[in-house]
Design a protein around this ligand. Structure first.
Ligand code: ADP
Ligand code: MG
Length: 329
């Protein structure tokens, strides 16, 4: 079926029927605004992320259900990076005429799967026609106990620089996709269907363990750069400490250009955070409770700048510096 036959309001009605009532959302989809309750003692976090066809995704690389899940995961990742828990999602869609209603419903299904998985509710959105590609814009609101939000600006000299999971898997998959090469399914899944660290972020914030935090969307170096700039500090990193998956090691081998994707690739959606050294045992315990592997990559130093050290203690110069939509200079 064509969307023109069902109509914008027909589609919205189908979406509305699939969303269950939530006690903290007295008015959800169907009115001019959503009305939501903010429980006492909590602050509201709001983030938004846009996914544009042929900029952020290609329809011949992903099915729409997976894309829907990813659209939700990348937003949950931002909420988790502040230490918050996802709650209300708003989804704005610009839909090209080439999409069938069945495909749009697949996309909605993925978005709703993402909501359910991360404990969020679909609370509204906007639906319009696109004269070019598909655009998915998700705005996500989340909750954080008052005063506990972890910003990028709190890293102090001597703090450990820590990261969850493994780095570079997603960027390595993307590189192989772009070169029309076979892609290891373990790497591909990390690129197309990433999992946000929705347990670790809140756990670190609620136990007051992280001094600064960010999620890695533009690559470790770029995103650590954001922490260092906001915290007015520098860092030393050990190349040997970079957490690499078995699939990544197998595919990258000794190829330096590929291995450097763990430093400069993007879309890892891991959490990068700093902690005071005496908090490291508590951090390990909390990470164990939420079953999230973490590693320590280096330290914050007072002098500005980022130094990457090779195994032999010499300075390491990676081949690229991370992703930017509008590169400077
Ligand atoms: P308005 O014209 O007042 O902005 P709309 O017709 O755009 O209202 O939307 C009607 C209702 O449907 C609103 O509650 C809106 O949040 C919801 N809505 C519209 N599109 C979507 C969507 N893609 N996903 C979820 N809710 C949507
Ligand atoms: Mg509208």
């Amino acid at each position: 079926m064509k969307l023109a036959d069902l109509g914008e309001f027909g589609l919205i009605d189908r979406i509305r029927k699939r969303v269950a009532h939530e006690d903290d959302l007295p008015v959800g989809i169907g009115d001019d605004c959503a009305v939501a309750e903010l429980p006492p003692g909590l602050q509201l976090l709001t983030t938004t992320d846009m996914l544009i066809e042929d900029v952020h995704f290609r329809r011949d690389w992903t099915d729409l259900r997976t894309l829907g899940r990813k659209s939700m995961a990348v937003n949950v990742s931002d909420i988790a990076a502040m230490g918050g828990r996802a709650r209300h999602a708003f989804v704005s869609l610009a839909i090209p005429d080439s999409l069938q209603v069945e495909e749009i419903e697949d996309l909605i299904e993925g978005l709703l799967q993402g909501c359910t998985h991360y404990g969020a509710a679909l609370a509204g959105g906007d639906t319009c026609r696109s004269r070019s590609g598909l655009v998915i814009s998700v705005t996500l609101q989340g909750h954080i106990p008052r005063g506990r939000a972890v910003t990028r600006g709190g890293a102090c000299p001597d703090d450990l620089v820590c990261v969850s999971g493994t780095l570079g898997d997603s960027a390595l998959a993307l590189t192989d996709l772009m070169h029309d090469r076979a892609v290891d399914p373990r790497l591909l899944r990390r690129h197309l269907d990433p999992e946000a660290r929705a347990g670790l972020g809140p756990a670190l914030a609620e136990h007051d363990l992280a001094t600064a935090m960010i999620d890695i969307s533009d690559g470790l170096l770029a995103d650590l750069g954001h922490i260092l700039k906001a915290s007015k500090a520098g860092a030393n990193l050990q190349v040997a400490a970079l957490p690499l998956s078995a699939a990544f090691r197998h595919r990258a081998g000794r190829d330096r250009g590929l291995r450097d994707l763990s430093l400069a690739g993007g879309e890892d959606y891991e959490l990068l955070f700093t902690v005071a050294p005496d908090k490291w045992p508590a951090v390990q315990e909390v990470a164990g409770q939420v079953q999230t592997p973490i590693s320590c990559l280096g330290r914050i130093v007072p002098e500005r700048g980022l130094t990457i050290l090779d195994v032999d203690g010499r300075k390491y110069h990676p081949s690229a510096r991370g992703f930017a939509h509008f590169p400077e200079g």
